[in-house]
Design a protein around this ligand. Structure first.
Ligand code: FAD
Length: 460
């Protein structure tokens, strides 16, 4: 039986980053993934001369660790900054795409919000802190501080864009900890934005609003491919199914693959997999943690990449893209203008759009067959950006369990799950169901996890 310092189960960005950091620290690491390809949610393909992302289109550089990882992998020359034109964003209101106001004067001039909502923003500094017991939903937080319209036309579409989720169900503390912190620290979001500016400038960690948006010349998969290429072979098609403990504190890890059963011993085991897969591995020894993991909701999302001839799309596509509030009653969550965001995404004379369908709002739409999903997106793009005729290319990716929802009770669930790490020294859990769902947050969590794993192995 092969002996490793650590076995990492799951070759998404979380597991790969942990494995890479351990490899750099001189540890012997095995990485396994249940699917036939590594990368998890990250996947890029060249189709009809376009660069299609089936998962994330970009990431925010919220921490110096992200640049450090990119440099360490020798990818600095591959890095691509978002085009400045993508600073502008649109929200659908009354069937029209209205620019999101980016400055106080623009906010007071925008037709996106009524005068009442604009005045509510002026009142926000005078609304007291939340002092209730338990947890507050994001929707209640926003209604309390900024009013109903702000929830409907700013927060609801934003949450659809980030989580494919529902603000009524998300916990403000778990899903948007900075908002809750700003309120608790400064008593107001606006006061926090103004008074906290100097503190934020001094902090190398950037807020999601301040961080630069990046990808790579050949797309997001460049990052995961680079890690895979530098590690010993990542075992794909190998589903980790369980482990047993040895008398000396080590693990014997089992996996199944087409080639037959796989077993190895290791000082540490990192489960970097979605919550349901982690629950399946933990259930025999830790039923409570498994139950808490299974309670984390993952709605389905379909991501649909369409390539159109430029002259077939009426809208100037002069921004990052648009988001759709639920109250507008459309059949998509939003669209990224991918070839505006990174101009090398489409062949000359064409534009590339990436549209998201489903989420908690309309899960049934993401479960339709690919032809129906493509037809829905085509009809919606015709209505919203004037995209006419057959697209030159359509690529549908269905994610049956797309993004974990940090709902009310999430922090308590994560505590119950994390108890298994204390009970089983050498077992580490690191994936996007804790510590943030963005690629950048996954990288940060993975750096911290790798440090804990290395310390454990050194002490073992
Ligand atoms: C459609 C979509 C769009 C997104 N857009 C953005 C964006 O624009 N910007 C951004 O920052 N983030 C975005 N995200 C979120 C971000 O991409 C993910 O949260 C992140 O990539 C998750 O990484 P992970 O490694 O934690 O999990 P995953 O990528 O889910 O990786 C987990 C891996 O575990 C493997 N696995 C499962 N079971 C087992 C088992 N038993 N044994 C071994 N392996 C197993 C899986 O096959 C998978 O490869 C998006 C996500 C989706 C789905």
């Amino acid at each position: 039986m092969t002996d490793f310092d650590a076995v990492v189960a799951g070759a998404g960005i979380s597991g790969l980053t942990v494995a890479w950091r351990l490899h750099r620290a001189g540890l012997r690491v095995a990485v396994l993934d249940a699917l036939g390809r590594p990368g998890g949610a990250i996947g890029t393909a060249r189709v009809s001369g376009a660069l299609a992302e089936s998962g994330p289109n970009s990431m925010l550089e919220t921490s110096p660790l992200i640049g450090e990882l990119i440099a360490d992998l020798g990818l600095a020359g591959e890095r691509l900054e978002a085009d400045p034109a993508a600073k502008k964003r649109f929200i659908l209101r009354g069937g029209r795409l209205l620019p999101v106001p980016m400055s106080p004067p623009a906010f007071f001039a925008t037709p996106l919000f009524s005068v009442a909502t604009k005045l509510a923003l002026l009142r926000e500094p005078f609304i007291g802190r939340w002092r209730g017991p338990g947890e507050e939903s994001l929707a209640d937080f926003v209604r309390r501080r900024l009013g109903r319209e702000f929830l409907d036309y700013a927060i609801n579409p934003f949450v659809a864009g980030v989580y494919a989720g529902d603000p009524e169900r998300l916990s403000v503390r778990a899903a948007f900890p900075r908002l809750a912190e700003l309120e608790q620290k400064y008593g107001s979001l606006i006061r926090g934005a103004v008074l906290g500016a100097r503190e934020r400038r001094a902090n190398p960690e950037k807020s999601k609003q301040a961080a630069g948006m990046i990808s790579f010349r050949e797309g997001m998969q460049t990052l995961t491919d680079a890690i895979v290429a530098r590690l010993a072979p990542v075992e794909t098609g190998a589903r980790v199914s369980g482990f047993r403990r040895e008398a000396d504190g080590g693990f014997v890890v089992s996996a199944s693959s087409a080639a037959g059963p796989w077993t190895a011993s290791a000082r540490a085991l990192v489960l970097a997999m979605p919550a349901d897969a982690t629950a399946a591995v933990l259930a025999p020894g830790a039923p409570d943690a498994a139950a808490a993991l299974r309670a984390i909701e993952y709605p389905p999302v379909a991501s649909v990449v369409t390539l159109y001839r430029r002259d077939r799309v009426a809208h100037p596509l002069d921004g990052f893209g648009f988001l759709v509030p639920a109250v507008e009653r459309r059949r998509i969550l939003g669209t990224i203008f991918s070839s505006t965001l990174f101009p090398n995404r489409a062949p000359a004379g064409h534009v590339l759009l990436t549209t998201f369908v489903g989420g908690l709002r309309q899960p049934e739409l993401a479960r339709e067959d690919e032809t129906a999903i493509a037809a829905n997106v085509r009809a919606e793009l015709e209505a919203l950006v004037g995209a006419s005729g057959e697209p030159a290319m359509v690529r549908v990716t269905r994610w049956p369990r797309a993004i974990p929802q940090y709902e009310l009770g999430h922090l308590e669930r994560v505590e119950r799950i994390a108890a298994v790490e204390a009970a089983q020294p050498g077992l580490f859990l690191c994936a996007n169901w804790r510590g943030g769902i963005s690629v950048g947050d996954c990288i940060k969590s993975a750096y911290a996890c790798a440090e804990r794993v290395a310390a454990h192995v050194a002490a073992a």
